[in-house]
Design a protein around this ligand. Structure first.
Ligand SMILES: N[C@@H](CCC(=O)N[C@@H](CS)C(=O)NCC(=O)O)C(=O)O
Length: 464
């Protein structure tokens, strides 16, 4: 067996995350450097390997995988199963997954802020991206209250992922020091294997961006200060009372991630008590709900005292805990890795689309900016490519990745996105028309889409 080929570039935060995980596990890999800053990811050879042209990518004896968090969990499961980096206990694992999705969100906010500078010549960083970044940092700071590591008392992949992202943000000049818990946690991680290379890579990237724009004045604390206040973190207990209460599911039908959990519950035929949290009435900010989930997002579940949020972490937790072995989340490590990669693609799509929908729904925006529409359509192009010659998004069987993308796509469709160019996506959507829960999903998406259209008086369709 040849060693795993690891396509790497040190300025890239997700690539540095994988490097630290590889070093932690002492895996033998062949590092292939792809110089992103010089566009080497667009070379024909690399595009053949990964049409999404992203770093990191691995080639494990012909099994090609990208999406850093999917790579990292795959490497643990296939090369170091049982490692505490990615616990096998379903609840512990679900919390690690929750934090990995938080890291993806933080990283997208950060890259979305600097990308226009170094790729498109912007002379200012976007205030809304900066705000999203500080909001995610504020959540991280909250989760670290009274905890040594981001998902509990042991170091996991989520720490390494967030370390790569947070150090990148700090080196770019953000005032991370203001977040006390994050600062203490960074100190704890100072000597994890690869920490020095992580720092150097982050500095290289920061210097590259700073050579194009003076970032000093852009980190004003007024935005940051809003996210400094501490929240109570719920005590997550494993309540083993004799009488098992049904699963409590905090839901709002307008929300795409919430509809993913609904679809999962319906496909697994689970008994759940649905608690409606009306976001339009601000019920998510009610003290009772913030006590359950300090990040005050739907979906959230309470499974007999085990509280979890982040839709994709919930979906995989539900399969693993209530229907282990279900093909909705395959146990084969390679198949599962592809499902994970597509779940991260879905998160990317949802955040990109959220960048259009949220300002319209909540901030009075009256248009869909072109750069944001282009982002969404680029991801749709990737999805269309992955569906070429395949029935489902991760292969020949229906998985939670289909349900995730179905909930997101239903919202896009209902808001008037013109999908006619994407024939594979359209055929796949058709094939999912009657999965359990599809109708409720459509109904919620319609409500969401109509609201968007009515706010901006959109009668036709939109595209890139
Ligand atoms: N990545 C999260 C996103 C959850 C999320 O942001 N939900 C929105 C509705 S779509 C929400 O509850 N927003 C309320 C808030 O952020 O306060 C997931 O997949 O669960």
């Amino acid at each position: 067996m040849a060693p795993v080929k690891f396509y790497f570039c040190s300025p890239s935060p997700p690539a540095r995350f994988n490097l630290m995980a590889i070093k932690y596990m002492k895996l033998d890999v062949e590092i292939v450097v792809v110089d992103l800053l010089n566009g080497e990811q667009h070379s024909p050879e690399f595009l053949k390997l990964n049409p999404q042209h992203t770093i990191p990518t691995i080639d494990d004896n012909g099994f090609i995988l990208w999406e850093s968090r999917a790579i990292a969990t795959y490497l643990v499961s296939s090369k170091a199963p049982g490692s505490t980096l990615y616990p096998t206990d379903v609840k512990k694992r679900a919390l690690v997954d929750n934090r990995l999705y938080l890291d993806h969100e933080l990283q997208m906010a950060f890259l979305g802020m600097v990308y226009p500078v170094y790729r498109m010549g912007a002379k200012e960083v976007s205030k809304s991206q900066k705000e999203k970044m500080y909001k995610a940092l504020g959540n991280l700071n909250t989760f670290l209250e009274g905890q040594k590591y981001v998902a509990g008392s042991e170091l996991t992949l989520a720490d390494l992922a967030l370390l790569a992202t947070v150090v990148s943000i700090q080196e770019m000049g953000a005032n991370v020091k203001k977040f006390n818990n994050i600062t203490a946690w960074l100190k704890t991680l100072e000597s994890v294997p690869g920490a020095q290379e992580n720092l150097e890579g982050a500095q290289l990237f920061a210097n590259f961006v700073k050579s194009m724009i003076d970032l000093k004045q852009t980190w004003e604390d007024s935005v940051l200060n809003r996210y400094l206040q501490k929240q109570d973190v719920p005590v997550i207990s494993d309540n083993k009372s004799l009488k098992m209460a049904p699963l409590k599911f905090y839901h709002y039908r307008l929300s795409p991630p919430s509809r993913l959990v609904l679809l999962t519950i319906r496909n697994l035929k689970l008994d759940a008590e649905i608690v409606v949290v009306d976001l339009l009435k601000g019920e998510h900010l009610a003290p009772e709900f913030v006590k359950v989930n300090p990040q005050h997002t739907v979906p959230t579940i309470d499974d007999n005292g085990f509280v979890l949020w982040e839709s994709r972490a919930i979906a995989t937790y539900l399969v693993s805990s209530k229907a282990p072995g279900s093909s909705l989340y395959p146990t084969d490590v390679k198949k599962r890795a592809v499902v994970d990669a597509r779940l991260y693609l879905d998160q990317e799509l949802q955040i990109a689309f959220g960048g259009i929908a949220y300002p319209i729904l909540a901030l009075g925006a009256t248009e869909m900016p072109k750069d944001k529409r282009e982002k969404v359509f680029k991801i749709l192009g990737n999805l269309n490519a992955f569906l070429e010659g395949q029935k489902y998004v991760a292969g020949s069987e229906l998985t939670v990745a289909d349900l995730a993308l179905l909930s997101t796509m239903a919202g896009l469709q209902a808001s008037g996105a013109n999908l006619s160019k994407f024939s594979n996506v359209s055929a796949w959507l058709k094939s999912l028309e009657s999965v359990p829960g599809a109708e409720e999903n459509r109904d919620g998406a319609q409500f969401f889409g109509n609201l968007i259209k009515s706010k901006i008086n959109l009668t036709g369709t939109w595209e890139a």
